[in-house]
Design a binder for this molecule. Sequence first.
Ligand code: C2E
Ligand code: MG
Ligand code: MG
Length: 633
Amino acid sequence: MQKHDEMAQTLQKINAIRQQQEQVFKMAKYYAVSEETINTLLEQICFEVSQIMKCQRVSIWLFNEDRTRLHSQNAYNEETKEHTIESDFCIEDFPFYFEEIQSQRTLAADDIDGCPATREIAEKYFATPNQFASLLDACIILSSGIGGLLCCESRERREWNSFDRMVVSSIADMLSFLFDRLSRIDFEKNLHRLAFVDPLTEMGNYNAFLAQADARISEVDQNQEGIFVYMNIDQFIEIHSVLGPELADDIIRVVAERFLLHFEKPYHVARIAFDHFVIFAPYDKGGTKFKRKMENLIDKLREPILVASQEVYLTFSYGMAYYPKDVLTPIEGVQAARFALETSKRQTSRKSVGVYNADTHQHMKRTMMSEMNLRKGLDMNEFRLFYQPQVLCDTGEIIGFEALIRWQHPELGLIYPADFIELAESTGFIISIGEWVIRQALEQLKQFKQLGLHDLTVSVNLSPRHFLQHNLPVYLDKCIQETQIDPRNLLLEITESVAMERHEIVQQRIHQLAEKGFSIAIDDFGTGYSAFIYLQSFPIKQLKIDRSFIMNIVHNDKSRAIVNAIIQLGKTLEIRTVAEGVETQEQWDILKGKNCDELQGFYFAKPLNEEDMQSLLTRMKAENQLSLPVVQV
Ligand code: C2E
Ligand code: MG
Ligand code: MG
């Protein structure tokens, strides 16, 4: 009969465990486990374990990270029917107990006072002596190792058998599963946070903004508009470098707070970089409400910010783009509003407000694309230098070459400088091109030297932007050093307009380069301002008389008079004159009669590609000197 009772009890226990497991499984499966629901679940488990195990107190504990403390998660007292959270258990107070519970699957103490591992508990923990007689603990094993305990305490003395141990451990395993799931959820939450929240300000980040604006856009109906705003703090980089990164972060935090206080749904705001904030707002017809909102925001943002006991005053600039007029998606919206901001900042760098303009953007995109093409051309080694001989006017003897750039485009064929120099100049890429030209020209001079042609010069054309660039002298020095070329053999051509435009700076630069030994030539002379006076103060080596005068020199008296004046001016100032674009013997004869120093033009030779240049050099070397034009047989 007794055996029969025991059997019934065992079956009852097994049933209860199974039911519990199923419940836990369902909760885990449907994500019902969370920080909010876990406590109720733990209470339920403690209660049920107390019923199954016929224990007066059941509690659940979790270790801290280094397993020196146990934090109570829930404790159920069957006599008072109360759930409590107990105070922590520390390793210093219960060293033996801490060691024992981590060294075995279950710790069963039939007699708490008598068992060495639990005696400490009876002495230091129980409120009244002999409060509990027996104790059975099972480890909760997490993926990170032993994570906690399920603890059953009985008032009556018990002799725990292996079935009791098995029951408690299998419930502890369910708890393992629950806690692991919980930490996984926590981990996922953190990941999600990291992906959508800006850690510095707790504001939404770019991802969050895109998602929110996307959801909002789908709600905006046909008759309504939306507006994207891209805003940043004026001169924040300077503020950052003056105050340092920490105080700059403080400023960003205050600005973010003001943003958050000012905007609530249906507005969406986010910090997407450094000092860059974005807003998406519904836009009422006429925009009165929105404009008021922005004015208020700016007023609020302009209030001083106290950092390191000093007041910082900020100003802001922003750009705007409209949905659906300008853009259709949040990504486009952010880009377009940013473009509007940058374009307007080019005019005024503070407090500027820009509205997106699709035409300007298109133009800019095209320029960018072509510039990228140019960049590719340089990277792919598609540029070539052609060399046009320059001869002495008296004899036709070659004394130098002008290097002229060409772009050997793989699809478009040979492209002349007129078709790409202006673009390169406007985007600033001309500097890279110019540096490449200088380098090539010096390599050519090196070859002349190796062939024993020491006196030949090479002239390169420098764009105005490159000529005034701060790094030019340093770059030239570096190349001269590397190639070991006498700077006197390299002529730098600048146009007359550059020389006039920024007189002081140009004068300084010309002096600086002349001191280093480089020769400066004024190209296309006579087409610009022709303010001869400035020539007096510039150490100039050469004046290149523009082709337009040479072209007409035979039939046009005025052209002839101008050429004459320029040559005379050169004589007075001791500047050599070079006539450009000489195409006929007649032109040469006139120039000879006027004592022009040097000539350059198709009559003598067209700009030569590498191959033609090589054969010319071979001839020059063989004949020691070569006079042009060479009558080709
Ligand atoms: P430029 O410096 O005045 O160069 C002379 C231009 O006149 C060259 O045109 C040359 O081929 C052409 N030319 C020479 N002799 C004659 C002639 O007898 N008749 C005719 N009709 N034309 C002649 P190209 O090579 O097309 O260069 C045009 C301009 O592009 C150059 O004018 C120069 O301002 C610029 N350029 C050329 N290479 C470079 C470079 O490497 N960098 C920069 N920044 N500009 C360059
Ligand atoms: Mg030139
Ligand atoms: Mg010229």
